[in-house]
Ligand binder design. Structure first.
Ligand code: HEC
Ligand code: HEC
Length: 496
């Protein structure tokens, strides 16, 4: 964000006619500039299925001289905005994909189709992209590292691809179907990509704030990989477009700003994107509110405190405000037993047991914030990848019973073995990056802001709506939420 301030100045000052008044060595009066910023359109609002979603760009949506984020930087007609769309919370929804013309570049078969192309000349075709059209999923192909301590025993091929996942025709690569992560609120990221594979330099904290250089290094690499991969272009490493893309996306925050017609920043509430930029971003540090350290609070959402049932004004609020407030209280106060989550507290009978897990073999009583711990943002503030079961071919609950809530039937299933045990996953997650058996199925804890614009949820789009997400957790951790509590929690999540 310090770079962002420079970027802001570079663009805003000429716009406001201030450049001539200031020698290049003059100290900049940040307060004045911030006020002047109010004059430029920092905020953009879009309708989403729950109301209005708002994005705040401290450089007023200026994408730089190359228009990097929306420029055609490759060979297949795609831009970053093909998959990271403002009204979809900066990812892309299945509804959006369905509305596109049949040959839109989104459906390019390098990764926009269910199967790899069968000829080099195969173009985009919506009819071949059911995973995108139904679940908003992109096909990510990765191989098993040569150093891995596990191997592929078998792979299913539910789409009957001519080039099957894991086959020699696919160079041994597995196909993972993943939702584009939102290219916004990035300043809170403790790791980049679902499996952390773009966290090439460990993201750290300096002076109470994210140190810029590793974070920017990682995002620069990510922008380059996205250009060569998704857009099938030449590398942009070191080119002006790369810097423009990273400046644009790191200056962006996004949140719901209205639920139905209810503004979310009135009567003491602090919803909306601007509060994220102005208050929450400067307060964030990697590892903040760590559940494994003293001082952790499960009550990490306070933006709707004024609407919670304990607020003196609660009785005078309208029904939407009250439901949001009740939902926030449920998020903050409900605790449950977190059992057998590899990365956190795997148990010895789990084939993926890792005695090095922070709480190996021990149950933990906690709430949603154990993993969604970044205050008022909800991503995992430390880069601890975990496996809550969403990546497994047969997700199970605390008591070992099957969790049948998620829609995962059409995903390929990979049976992996370490020589003594086997596990079945739809996505090996972090395990494909480190090559470690015990990292199989681990993903990151994503940001919870701007959720309403970006259904379906989880990395594989297996929860069609927020109610399905909450039902998954209610069964997974045997939480015991009643239907009215589920409804309130869903309203709260929709207001984020
Ligand atoms: C074809 C669709 C597609 C295009 C085009 C695309 N992305 Fe993505 N993006 C994805 C997917 C899918 C993921 C998640 C992949 C994963 O984690 O394995 C992702 C992840 C990201 C992330 C990680 C966010 C986080 O919190 O970890 C960033 C940043 C990002 N993309 C930026 C870009 C930029 C910049 C461009 C243009 C150069 C771009 N994307 C083009 C699909 C796309
Ligand atoms: C033990 C850790 C853990 C707990 C507890 C937990 N989550 Fe999650 N949450 C995750 C992880 C990890 C993911 C990403 C999983 C994936 O998609 O692979 C996730 C994903 C989500 C998503 C989807 C976000 C998206 O962009 O798709 C929502 C919404 C969510 N969690 C809400 C909650 C709520 C509400 C609770 C409490 C009832 C909760 N979580 C409890 C770890 C946790």
């Amino acid at each position: 964000m310090r770079t962002s301030m420079r970027t802001v100045l570079a663009w805003v000052l000429p716009t406001l006619g201030l450049v001539g008044c200031m020698g290049s060595q003059d100290p900049v009066d940040v307060a004045t500039v911030s006020e002047d910023l109010n004059a430029v359109p920092r905020l953009q609002e879009r309708l989403d299925p729950a109301g209005v979603i708002e994005s705040d760009s401290t450089n007023a949506f200026n994408q730089g001289p190359t228009s990097g984020f929306s420029a055609n930087l490759g060979t297949n007609g795609r831009t970053c905005q093909t998959c990271h769309v403002i009204e979809d919370g900066w990812t892309i929804t299945p509804q959006h994909a369905r509305l596109l013309p049949p040959h839109d570049p989104l459906f390019t078969p390098n990764d926009g189709s269910d199967c790899p192309p069968i000829s080099a000349s195969q173009g985009p075709h919506k009819a071949l992209s059911s995973q995108l059209v139904n679940f908003g999923l992109i096909r990510i192909q990765l191989g098993i590292p040569s150093t891995a301590n596990f191997s592929l025993a078998s792979a299913s091929n539910p789409e009957h691809c001519a080039v099957a996942p894991g086959s020699s025709g696919a160079g041994g690569q597995l196909f993972m179907f993943r939702r584009p992560l939102p290219s916004t609120n990035l300043i809170f990221d403790s790791t980049i990509m679902w499996d952390g594979r773009e966290t090439l330099q460990k993201i750290t904290t300096a002076a109470g704030f994210q140190a810029e250089s590793p974070f920017l290094f990682d995002l620069n690499d990510q922008a380059n990989s996205a250009t060569t991969g998704h857009a099938q272009g030449s590398p942009i490493a070191g080119a002006p477009a790369q810097a423009d893309i990273v400046a644009f996306e790191t200056n962006l925050t996004t949140a719901q700003s209205r639920l139905l017609f209810q503004p979310l920043d009135l009567e003491g509430a602090k919803g909306g994107a601007r509060y994220i930029t102005d208050v929450l971003a400067p307060a964030f540090a990697v590892g903040v509110n760590d559940p494994l350290q003293p001082g952790f609070t499960n009550a990490d959402f306070t933006i709707f405190q004024a609407w919670e049932p304990t607020s003196p004004t609660y009785r005078s609020l309208n029904a939407v405000q009250k439901a949001i407030g009740r939902g926030e209280a449920i998020f903050n106060q409900t605790t449950f037993v977190i059992h057998d989550v590899p990365g956190l507290n795997s148990i010895p009978s789990n084939p993926l047991y890792n005695p090095a897990d922070p709480l190996a073999g021990q149950d933990l009583r906690g709430g949603c914030a154990v993993c969604h711990n970044s205050p008022n943002i909800g991503n995992h503030s430390s880069p601890l990848a975990i496996n809550i079961g969403v990546t497994m071919a047969e997700p199970v609950n605390n008591d070992g019973s099957p969790n049948g809530v998620l829609d995962i039937a059409r995903l390929p299933v990979y049976t992996l073995t370490n020589g003594t045990a086997e596990v079945r996953l739809t996505d090996p997650g972090r395990g494909l990056i480190t090559g470690n058996w015990t990292d199989l199925g681990k993903t990151k804890g994503p940001n919870l802001r701007g959720l309403a614009g970006r259904a379906p949820y989880f990395h594989n789009g297996s929860a069609r709506d927020l109610k399905t997400v909450v039902r998954f957790y209610n069964d997974r951790f045997d939480i015991g939420l009643r239907d009215d509590q589920i409804a309130d929690l869903v309203v709260f999540l929709s207001a984020l």
